[in-house]
Design a protein around this ligand. Structure first.
Ligand code: T4K
Length: 384
């Protein structure tokens, strides 16, 4: 029943982006930055860095934690610290940073197909990709939906492989009440402006083996052991004091941000649930979600409308949804030999997925209006 096609909806006055950074109160930030200015200490493991590190250890319930200038460098350094080499099995349905961090370490990413239910790497398809050169599995908790850690780690144990989780989207997520970073050998988080918790740019690693602490420190600080000794080839991956200060302030409001997003997701689901050919991701039991993204899937065969058509129509209303993750990593020209055809589920999903705007400052009324616009676009498609 087409009921929405004739509604005259005006475009949003200002662009509605897929995400907007959570920001601390400006006065609070000014106070913090005054403290930093007065200390005349801007980076290289300063006071704010120390405070944030301790707060995050508590929040993530992990005593092994290292801060970084961004999530990509954290992953790069983590791969080096674990001495991973040869081939690593990973997902093609992720941001470019995931396979690039492997390639930049001369490791071949071997792309494994994904599960339709979670959009994460399909554990049942991992074993057939293991060769003599495989040294690790790099799984991604896509959109904050946790991977099947039990199955992945069972396979890893059987074959003597390391497990790294790219938890860039999963800060604040818990599985069976255990913070998501406590699985596998190591997890990376991104604190980019668009993430649920941000330090403008930034990231961290949490890891199982405490013996890695010194190596990680050296790898992220030029390999400098002391003024007389440079022990290894390291980079500059340190988080600075301004980044850390933003993190300290944003951590205070994180749970509120998550709660606001949960409410907005409920509105989206209620309003969009009856559209033919439009579906949402299922939730995994016993998971505390962080509501970092709101993905929808559009099946053109049923809705009469492709994801690309919906994406373009939304733009006319000043709504900038995003096609995460399209193109698939194994369709990038630099990974073309990896044959995306071997990952049919990922191939299909990458053409159907659309991430809708979701952030705490978005108003309920705006989400309702976005839903009305989606309904009118899909109604029009049905009419054709
Ligand atoms: N692993 C995974 C699975 C990842 O998704 C990512 C990053 C990483 C690793 C690497 O972590 P980092 O090295 O980034 O810490 C964005 C983010 O830049 C990227 O962090 C994120 N994933 C990816 C999924 O999304 P773009 O190219 O889409 O960003 P951009 O600039 O188009 O921003 C998206 C929207 O957000 C804009 O339309 C407007 C809004 N925005 C953006 C910024 C930067 C704001 O409102 N304010 C801002 O400051 O990659």
């Amino acid at each position: 029943m087409a009921r929405y096609r004739d509604i005259n909806l005006k475009p949003f006055k200002n662009p509605v982006f897929v995400s907007r950074p959570t920001l601390p109160k400006h006065e609070e930030f000014c106070k913090k930055s005054k403290e930093i200015f007065e200390s005349e200490w801007l980076t290289n493991f300063g006071k704010q860095h120390g405070i944030l590190k301790n707060k995050l250890k508590n929040y993530l319930e992990n005593r092994n934690l290292s801060l970084f200038c961004n999530g990509t460098i954290a992953l790069d350094v983590g791969i080096k610290a674990l001495d991973i080499s040869g081939e690593v099995i990973t997902t093609p349905f992720t941001f470019a940073a995931t396979p690039h961090a492997l390639s930049l370490n001369n490791i071949k990413p071997v792309f494994c197909d994904i599960e339709e239910k979670t959009l994460n790497i399909d554990p049942d398809k991992i074993e057939s990709l293991i060769t003599k050169k495989t040294s690790a599995i790099l799984a991604v908790h896509v959109f904050g939906n946790p991977c099947d850690t039990k199955k992945i780690e069972k396979i890893a144990k059987k074959h003597g492989l390391k497990v790294i989780y790219d938890a860039a989207h999963a800060f604040g997520v818990k599985i069976d009440n255990i913070p998501v970073g406590n699985f596998g050998d190591m997890s990376i988080f991104s604190f980019h402006a668009t993430k649920i918790f941000n330090t403008a740019e930034g990231g961290c690693l949490v890891y199982k083996n405490s013996n890695l602490s010194e190596k990680l420190y050296l790898l992220k600080n030029f390999g400098i052991k002391n003024e007389d000794e440079i022990e290894l080839v390291g980079t500059n991956a340190k988080m600075n004091e301004i980044q850390a200060a933003i993190g300290i302030l944003n951590l205070k409001t994180l749970e509120k941000e998550i709660a606001k997003r949960r409410k907005l997701e409920e509105i989206y689901k209620k309003e969009l649930s009856k559209i033919n050919g439009l579906s949402f991701l299922g939730k995994v039991a016993n998971v505390k979600y962080n509501y970092s993204y709101f993905p929808i899937l559009i099946d053109k065969m049923i809705s009469g409308l492709s994801r690309d058509e919906l994406y373009s129509e939304l733009k006319k209303y000043n709504i900038f949804a995003r096609k995460y993750f399209y193109p698939l990593c194994n369709n990038f020209s630099c990974y073309k030999n990896s044959q995306a055809k071997k990952t049919p589920v990922a191939e299909k999903i990458s053409k159907q997925v659309l991430i809708m705007p979701l952030y705490g400052r978005l108003k309920s009324a705006d989400v309702k209006k976005i839903c009305l616009i989606v309904k009118s676009i899909t109604d029009n498609a049905e009419k054709k």
